[in-house]
Write a protein that binds this ligand. Structure first.
Ligand code: ADP
Ligand code: MG
Length: 625
């Protein structure tokens, strides 16, 4: 296996800026009409900006200067002019307000769509994907990476269009007013751009550092929170604070440097634009005295010199943010594009009933199932016969976890897998579930290679109580019903009774309606495990996989639920992985695994008679772990 994908995804820099920007635009296309309106508003706003500066030349030359020195000046035309100008400003302000409002709707809607697509895609990802990403990393995609796209859409895109239009409009107006003065203003503008680029580069390198240190801090905090009990139990608090301080110091240093440069950009630009302003004023005054240009034109021109620097330095200040947004978007798209769990299996599980002779498919809920091959329509009754044939498997290339494992479970048999931690027991269940696919050999289910069975059908036919199970936020009832969403309350309660979970549930404050919080931390581990068993029970699957289902239950409780389990196991094929050998004694076959290979197999008596590893484990002379 190559480098885990997340390392390729979590880069702070965007690789392909044009493609990513184009991709963001493609998301915007669902807001076509709003965008057209926004575009029109931006043009109007930019033009009113350009026009408002242009107004000053005629205002001074045609409306004010003619009145200067008059004893009883007629102000009406002047006032009308002012009202006209105010109306234009007002228009600019209004369209500006409208498009910002629209952009916030568009950007929020776009993020909504991206988040939705991201989550839907993640649901399709393989177990391997989740095994190779930490929670923190995955959460980052939803929080920082998606959120950071917003300013790009809401602020930077409109600003870029606005800048383009106002800049070209202003340039055009300046050229018509005075090409000579334009030359001076543009020369200084180029200086502003150069400085912005240089300072921006410096601040960006620190900015990337800030990003990294912030993610270090987040990772560390997450780890310490998750391990809060260990921190306390090992009195690690001081050490934990000391380490945190180190990350925090690094973050502070990078932030200060990044800010120093970012903050210096604005004053530098402002001062440069004052110089430009003064230069234009001095030169303009001389030209005015020489009669080359009118006083009003200088007034307009001066406003333009101020106006052109603003958007450019504004955009350059947004540059860091834009790059971050694009990098964030690229990471999100990287996940959305990453391959989902492949499923070439075509054979599906269908309900069947006794027909005239052979079984026939039915839409009724009959409790009887068959594997249906859609290609030829053939039906194979679901019996629960599972066989592993010469299965070899490695999670990572070169590190074989299972080595030539063969075993079979006939319908209704109970097969126990025992062996030390890390022997490969859970891996066998991962393969039967097709969380991972076998690399050599094959697994058959009722004679069908499980690679040909659609994963959803395969998993529906398997009831699993995983070694580390999760409960979800919701009531106890909701959590049991997770095993079968169609189950009625009565069926859920019946399942809980079968799993012997009913007695503790009835003692909970709200019984079956008790809310479980964050993975059921308000229950004991044994109680959580009982709920998991109830959850598997309600699914009523023909094949059960119990991975150390009773390992966190005390021997006394175990005895109680064993009776329930026996009922649960009746008529089903069961794979049971157990810590305590007492629970596997009555298994039809016990498979002893070591380092991924089967070293002994047989029933309890046979294995004891062999006086091998199982014998030693059973007698307690060999440690299971
Ligand atoms: N997702 C995984 N990625 C890589 N290696 C794994 C993964 N899960 C388990 N392993 C490795 O496979 C071996 C068998 O693990 P497992 O089947 O969980 O053992 P058991 O359930 O018998 O304790 C161990 O060496 C373990 O480190
Ligand atoms: Mg295990």
């Amino acid at each position: 296996m190559s480098e885990p994908r997340y390392r390729q995804i979590r880069r702070s820099r965007a690789d392909n800026i044009p493609a990513t920007v184009a991709r963001i635009f493609s998301y915007l296309s669902s807001f076509r009409w709003q965008l057209i309106l926004v575009f029109v508003c931006i043009i109007v706003e930019a033009l009113t900006n350009v026009a408002s500066s242009a107004f000053f030349a005629p205002l001074i030359d045609d409306y004010i200067l003619p009145l200067v020195g008059k004893s009883n000046p007629d102000m009406t035309k002047f006032i009308y002019r002012l009202i006209f100008m105010a109306a234009v400003y007002l228009l600019g302000i209004t369209v500006g307000y409208v498009y910002r409002k629209l952009m916030s709707i568009i950007s929020t809607g776009t993020l909504y769509n991206i988040r939705k697509q991201l989550f839907e895609h993640m649901q399709e990802m393989s177990v391997q994907f989740y095994d190779t990403h930490t929670h923190g990393e995955l959460m980052n995609f939803y929080t920082s990476d998606v959120d950071i796209i917003r300013p790009l859409i809401a602020d930077s895109f409109p600003q870029a269009i606005n800048t383009l239009i106002s800049l070209s409009g202003s340039m055009f107006m300046m050229l018509t007013l005075s090409p000579k003065l334009t030359l001076v203003a543009v020369a200084l503008l180029i200086l502003v751009v150069l400085v912005s680029v240089l300072v921006g580069k410096k601040s960006r390198s620190y900015f990337v550092k800030v990003q990294k240190t912030v993610s270090d801090i987040n990772g560390y905090v997450e780890e310490m929170f998750l391990g809060s009990k260990e921190v306390k139990a090992f009195c690690y608090e001081d050490e934990s604070v000391r380490k945190f301080q180190k990350y925090n110091d690094e973050c502070m240093h990078a932030s200060i440097m990044s800010n120093v440069f970012a903050q210096s950009l604005m004053p530098i630009n402002v001062n440069l634009s004052y110089i430009s302003y003064a230069a234009v004023a001095v030169l303009g005054a001389r030209m005015c005295i020489a009669g080359e240009i009118s006083l009003g034109s200088i007034a307009s021109f001066l406003l333009y010199t101020r106006q052109i620097a603003g958007p450019i330095s504004g955009l350059s200040q947004q540059f860091n943010g834009m790059m971050m947004s694009i990098a964030g978007a690229e990471r999100v798209f990287g996940i959305i594009d990453s391959p989902t769990e492949v499923d070439e299996g075509k054979i599906v599980l269908v309900n069947v009933k006794e027909g005239e002779g052979p079984l026939v498919e039915t839409s009724e809920k009959t409790e009887r199932y068959a594997w249906k091959n859609p290609e030829d329509g053939s039906l194979t009754e679901l019996k629960g016969d599972i066989r592993l044939k010469n299965v070899t498997f490695a999670y990572e290339e070169g590190k074989t976890v299972l080595n030539d494992v063969s075993l079979y479970a006939k319908p209704g048999q109970k097969i126990a897998l025992v062996g030390s931690t890390g022997a490969g027991k859970t891996t066998i269940t991962n393969l039967i579930n097709r969380f991972y696919d076998v690399q050599e050999g094959c697994i058959t289910y009722d004679g069908i290679d499980i690679k040909d069975i659609a994963k959803s059908s395969l998993r529906k036919s398997l009831g699993v109580v995983l070694q580390d199970t999760n409960l979800f936020s919701g009531t106890v009832m909701d959590n049991i019903r997770y095993g079968n969403l169609d189950a009625t309350d009565e069926e859920c309660i019946a399942a809980a009774k079968l799993a012997n979970a009913d007695s503790f549930i009835s003692r909970l404050p709200d019984g079956y309606n008790t809310m479980l919080i964050s993975n059921g931390t308000n229950l004991s581990q044994g109680q959580r495990q009982l709920l998991n068993i109830a959850r598997a029970t309600v699914a009523d699957p023909p094949v059960l996989i119990l991975d150390e289902a009773t390992s966190s239950i005390d021997t006394h409780t175990e005895k109680i639920i064993e009776k329930g389990m026996d009922k649960l196991m009746q008529g089903r094929t069961v794979f049971v992985i157990a810590h305590r050998l007492s629970t596997v004694r009555n298994a039809n076959a016990i498979i002893v695994l070591e380092h991924g290979s089967i070293i002994e197999r047989g029933n309890h008596e046979e294995l004891l008679a062999q006086k091998g590893r199982y014998y030693r484990l059973y007698k307690g002379t060999a440690e299971l772990d």
